[in-house]
Design a protein around this ligand. Structure first.
Ligand SMILES: [Zn+2]
Ligand SMILES: [Zn+2]
Length: 178
């Protein structure tokens, strides 16, 4: 059985009251739908247009939480140094066990007040999605290594020079007089 529930706790929308699920039979599940213009995940992550579903299912061992969320955050392109919208998507499943005995590897236990705060987990999984070298778009032209112009916006007079800063560095080394 599936009931859709719209999240209304706007102070911390990722804190879900799941108490009503404990007394349901095994297999019963409920979907929490998210569609938030913005949310701050303490201490350091600001997300916009957080959307998706969290499905909570009653199992014999505990409550199984399946989270599928996407959002947008600000990032800086390593090539052209401009800010751009980085799209993030997380998809993870965690068990909040009823007791220590049925605990899964992640060691999560359903709290006594039957509220599950997903914000630390969502933050953690979102941060894992961050690329090591974020780029604003695959064909970003970067900055001119000579004058520093953003080559996505303007064309400078150094067109014949290599645009890859590493090549430029190599070239300047090779050009260096003995
Ligand atoms: Zn860029
Ligand atoms: Zn230039």
């Amino acid at each position: 059985m599936l009931i859709v529930y719209n999240v209304t706790n706007f102070r911390n929308p990722l804190r879900l009251n799941v108490g009503f699920l404990i007394n349901q039979s095994v297999g019963y599940s409920r979907d929490f739908l998210f569609d938030l213009p913005e949310i701050h995940l303490s201490p350091d992550l600001d997300l916009r247009t957080l959307a998706g579903t969290v499905r909570v299912t009653r199992t014999a061992q505990g409550l199984l939480v399946q989270t599928r969320l996407r959002a947008v955050t600000n990032s800086e392109c390593v090539r052209c140094l401009s800010e751009f919208n980085l799209h993030l998507e997380v998809d993870f499943t965690e068990l909040y066990a009823f007791s220590r005995k049925s605990m899964a590897e992640s060691g999560l236990i359903l709290p006594d007040d039957a509220h599950i705060d997903l914000s630390p987990l969502v933050r953690e999984y979102m941060l894992l999605e961050f690329p090591i070298q974020p780029i604003c778009r695959p064909d970003c032209l970067g900055l001119c290594p000579i004058c520093g112009e953003n080559l996505n916006i303007t064309q400078c007079s150094h067109d014949d020079e290599p645009t890859d800063p590493r090549l430029a560095m190599l070239k300047s080394l090779l050009d260096e007089p003995e």
